[in-house]
Design a protein around this ligand. Structure first.
Ligand code: FE2
Ligand code: FE2
Length: 190
């Protein structure tokens, strides 16, 4: 596996300054959440460093990479960077930790049954301090108290935003939201 320094340098070389700073900020945020919630902070840092590595690659190139690798490539424009980053993590950086790979892959959609690490990257991407909107501050505050409650609020706000702006809502996110609500209900029924 490549070192953190090498991966960070690669990220710097392929991302705009703004996105590179976002990446570093997600990495710090993810590390902090990992410490709070008892996850592996090195894995959190690593997954965060890579999560947006393919974000500035063209849609055509992204599709081509997945196609050549024999992987599904029918992702929408905003979501393809997750699967491509996962592929790069595996092939370019030599990462074989499935939890880290899944955290990278599902960082923007989430999914039902996420691991601790996956949840941390999903939330940290939304709550890193560079995100100045109110929604993000509220989720950040909640993420220190209850990670699942924070994810539910994040899903609600993201889905609402996507609907309000006429964009596609991925079914993975809808399913995640529903499963979190069911889980919350079960908790209250106890
Ligand atoms: Fe992303
Ligand atoms: Fe991101």
């Amino acid at each position: 596996m490549q070192s953190f320094d090498e991966i960070r340098e690669f990220a710097k070389s392929v991302l705009s300054e703004k996105r590179f700073l976002h990446t570093l900020s997600v990495a710090e945020e993810a590390k902090e959440l990992a410490i709070i919630w008892g996850a592996d902070s090195d894995k959190a840092y690593l997954a965060a460093l890579i999560h947006d590595i393919a974000k500035e690659m063209s849609f055509e190139e992204s599709k081509e990479i997945l196609k050549k690798a024999g992987l599904p490539n029918d992702f929408s424009r905003p979501l393809i960077h997750g699967p491509v980053a996962e592929y790069m993590a595996r092939e370019k950086f030599g990462i074989d930790d499935e939890d880290v790979l899944n955290a990278i892959r599902y960082h923007s959609t989430g999914r039902v049954g996420m691991s601790h690490l996956e949840k941390i990257i999903f939330v940290a991407d939304f709550t890193e301090p560079g995100r100045i909107y109110q929604d993000s501050k509220e989720v950040r505050e909640l993420s220190r108290k209850d990670l699942d409650d924070a994810m539910l609020l994040q899903c609600d706000r993201c889905i609402k935003f996507l609907i309000d702006t006429g964009k596609i809502v991925d079914t993975l996110t809808v399913d995640l939201r529903n499963s979190l609500i069911k889980q919350q209900k079960r908790g209250k029924d106890k």
